[in-house]
Design a binder for this molecule. Structure first.
Ligand code: PLP
Length: 287
């Protein structure tokens, strides 16, 4: 079966999909992206993802390449063409194609829009055995709240983690606090049972999964605190986990080779994942 990508108005064979060499995303990382999770043919949290895309575009003064309704349509059409049941929809908007210059093009160009989908295996309420994380210095810029395609520090941190046998990197700022993962938000459960994740500001990406989990934690009457936590505190935590559109809630069972709690997925992460999957199952059936 052919796999399609959407590139600037056309559905094309994924293998032949391409953009111009002077696309500012390619040359200058001048663009933003979104990743929406799909489970059982249902889009998870489409609206907040598109709201965040809107915010990222506004922060960088990039216009919407098509209307929001048109984008929703393209997402669905691509899912249908690719028979996407489980996986993700990736969408990227760059400032467009222009002769290379750091400053914005003086004659306005049309922003470029690319969408792809990725199939993954079906995942459910079971957390699996959990993952290991490796700490890495957070060397990113001061606008981590914008979901830009400029991901080199994240790429290097993730690679360092993978080379050490860990799945994810946890980024640590100059004060010793864990900000977030290379592509996930970071959470711990303290020995007193507080659920902790770093507050949102310019230092981290306000994860959409993080936002949904906050609402779920509230419904479950968990004691949620949004504050910085150090790497040392994380290592002493009862539980730790990551969240993202593609990992949902995944327990962290080792940090820098040291077991977290009893070294097994904990009850809070398991419960939050169960509830998250229940929430995802209530979404709109698309493909
Ligand atoms: N933090 C970073 C740096 C990310 O790249 C991501 C997702 O890609 C997240 C957090 C999690 O965000 P979301 O839950 O919206 O997938």
């Amino acid at each position: 079966m052919a796999r399609y990508a959407y590139v600037n108005g056309r559905y094309v064979d994924h293998r032949d999909a391409s953009v111009h060499i002077e696309d500012r995303g390619y040359q200058l990382a001048d663009g933003v992206y979104e990743v929406v999770g799909v489970r059982d043919g249902r889009l998870i949290d489409e609206k907040p993802h598109l709201d965040r895309l809107d915010r990222s575009l506004r922060e960088l003064q990039i216009a919407w390449p098509v209307s929001r309704q048109a984008l929703s349509f393209v997402i669905r059409e691509l899912m249908r063409r690719n028979r996407l049941r489980d996986g993700l929809v990736y969408m990227q908007v760059t400032r467009g194609v222009a002769r290379r210059d750091h400053a914005f093009p003086t004659t306005p160009v049309k922003p470029a829009l690319v969408l792809t989908t990725k199939n993954t295996k079906h995942v459910g309420a079971d957390t699996g055995p959990g993952i290991s994380v490796k700490s890495q210095p957070d060397i990113r810029w001061e606008r981590c709240d914008i979901k830009t395609v400029g991901l080199l520090p994240n790429v290097l941190a993730k690679q360092a983690a993978r080379e050490s046998g860990a799945y994810e990197a946890w980024l640590v700022d100059a004060d010793g606090n864990v900000t977030e993962g290379a592509s996930t938000n970071a959470w711990i459960v303290t020995p007193d049972g507080e659920l902790v994740t770093r507050h949102t500001d310019n230092g981290i990406l306000a994860g959409i999964t993080r936002g949904t989990l906050k609402a779920i934690a509230n419904d479950l009457q968990l004691k949620l605190v949004e504050r910085p936590f150090t790497l040392a505190e994380a290592k002493r935590a009862k539980e730790a986990f990551i969240s993202s559109a593609t990992s949902f809630v995944t327990p962290v069972v080792k940090i820098d080779g040291e077991p977290v709690g009893d070294g097994k997925p904990g009850p809070t992460a398991r419960r939050l994942r169960e509830e998250y999957v229940r929430f995802a199952d209530a979404g709109e059936l698309v493909a």
